[in-house]
Design a protein around this ligand. Structure first.
Ligand code: ZN
Length: 294
């Protein structure tokens, strides 16, 4: 037997982002499915945990001996007024508490876009102002999360989401926030959001070089799916690995060159395809494609 090649993904690193089968199964059913399919890591969403109950979920996770590669998600910091920002801060502290209760390795942050009115419409065109609110919101949350030992992972989102979901859109911006705000903050690298970036390789390397005081890398998570051509929906038309145009082994090699040894989290929002299929088939396909295509 020889050691696994750096060009072959390690099946033990496979993690299921539970959004991948959220249309078909409850979180309890997903956890049972992971046991059946030999999946050892998951990354669940707050609404799924709320539906099944935090305590009950923590027990199920422990009984199934699952590791949480992440917890989705905190963020959404910008708001039109101080009370809205305070409400977001409260909710983010609860997200940290939940991540701790579940033993997650990090809390993923989707930082929010332009401030929204109560009806969800944009309250401002001030993108720089929104980015300042994000910076201040993360700084405040770090004061809570850092002493509790819960790393925060900024997930830069594709720029098509800058208005409504996340106004941190590049690895360079996420790295700059980490440089400024320091320990306890890192990055979730989602190939769907960053594959197009001409500076991706150097920014992954930069994140890998940056070490916190305790020697931990800032690369906290790695999310996998594929970019379909054409993409028919901005949010829920992600591809299964191998069905699109992202050079997944290349980006994985950059992550490994930067020292990343964490989970490979498969996260596929797919209203028109994978959310309509038998979830057992979806999990089996995720594992096969991870082994063959990543
Ligand atoms: Zn992601």
């Amino acid at each position: 037997m020889t050691a696994p090649s750096m060009t072959t993904p390690d099946p033990a690193r496979f993690s299921l982002n539970t959004a991948t089968v959220r249309a078909q199964w409850t979180l309890a059913q997903i956890i049972d499915g992971c046991t059946r399919h030999g999946i050892r890591m998951i990354s669940p969403w707050r609404d799924q945990v709320a539906k099944d109950g935090l305590k009950a979920t923590a027990v199920r996770v422990r009984d199934a001996e699952l590791v949480l590669s992440g917890y989705c998600r905190g963020g959404m910091f910008p708001a039109p007024d101080a009370s809205g920002r305070a409400a977001a801060a409260d909710d983010n502290r609860r997200a940290v508490d939940e991540a701790l209760a579940l033993g997650a390795r990090c809390l993923v942050l989707v930082v929010g876009g332009l401030p929204k009115r109560g009806d969800g419409t944009p309250a401002s065109k001030d993108l720089a102002g929104a980015r300042a609110m994000v910076r201040d919101g993360i700084a405040e949350l770090l004061d809570y999360a850092r002493p509790a030992g819960m790393p925060l992972a900024i997930e830069p989102l594709h720029p098509m989401y800058a208005a409504d979901r996340a106004c941190v859109n590049t690895m360079a911006h996420a790295n700059a926030l980490c440089d400024e705000l320091g320990d306890g903050l890192g990055i979730a690298v989602d190939v769907y959001h960053v594959w197009w970036d001409p500076d991706l390789r150097q920014e992954i390397a930069r994140a890998g070089r940056a070490r916190s005081a305790n020697g931990k890398s800032r690369l906290l998570a790695f999310h996998l799916s594929d970019w379909l051509v054409p993409t028919r929906d901005m949010l829920v038309d992600r591809g299964m690995m191998g069905d699109g145009v992202i050079d997944l082994p290349l980006i994985r090699s950059w992550m490994e060159d930067a020292g990343y040894r964490g989970a490979h989290e498969v996260e596929i929002f797919s209203a028109g395809n994978w959310w309509k299929r038998d979830p057992d088939e979806v999990l089996a396909t995720c594992k096969t494609r991870h082994a063959a295509m990543c």
